[in-house]
Write a protein that binds this ligand. Structure first.
Ligand code: FES
Length: 130
């Protein structure tokens, strides 16, 4: 199956709150989405947060293969704690630490990383632009 070219995904602005460290179990990949304006017809911005200790990785919840969410629901999300996260459509597997595809239909492509910071209150926010 050919991989379609990725389409750009705009990231939320710096400072956007994505989650709180206290609510993320260590070693768990957790899906989230930002609300949209009622009636806007826009799709919500979907993301996934991966916690390892005090470190959090964030990726756009969009498989590099067909551009669909990695799972339809949290309980269907496939991951190996601290190691990998897998799309449950055709099972492309991505490295936990950087979102690189390590096996499956997305070879050479990866998840789009969202730069995040964890502040002193444990809030996980989109990082300021470098
Ligand atoms: S949609 Fe095919 S591996 Fe994710």
């Amino acid at each position: 199956m050919d991989t379609p070219p990725p389409t750009p995904t705009p990231l939320p602005p710096p400072g956007t709150l994505l989650g709180e460290l206290d609510t993320l179990p260590d070693g768990v990949a957790t899906m989230g989405e930002l609300p949209t304006e009622p009636g806007s017809g826009e799709a919500p911005f979907r993301y996934v947060l991966l916690r390892s200790g005090t470190e959090v990785k964030a990726y756009v919840n969009r498989c590099a293969h067909f551009g669909v969410p990695l799972a339809a629901r949290q309980d269907l999300l496939i991951f190996v704690p601290h190691t990998s996260i897998t799309c449950n459509v055709h099972y492309a597997r991505y490295r936990w630490s950087d979102g690189t595809c390590v096996s499956g239909e997305c070879d050479g492509v990866g998840l789009l990383a969202i730069p995040v910071v964890v502040d002193t209150l444990g809030q996980i926010c989109v990082a300021p632009s470098p």
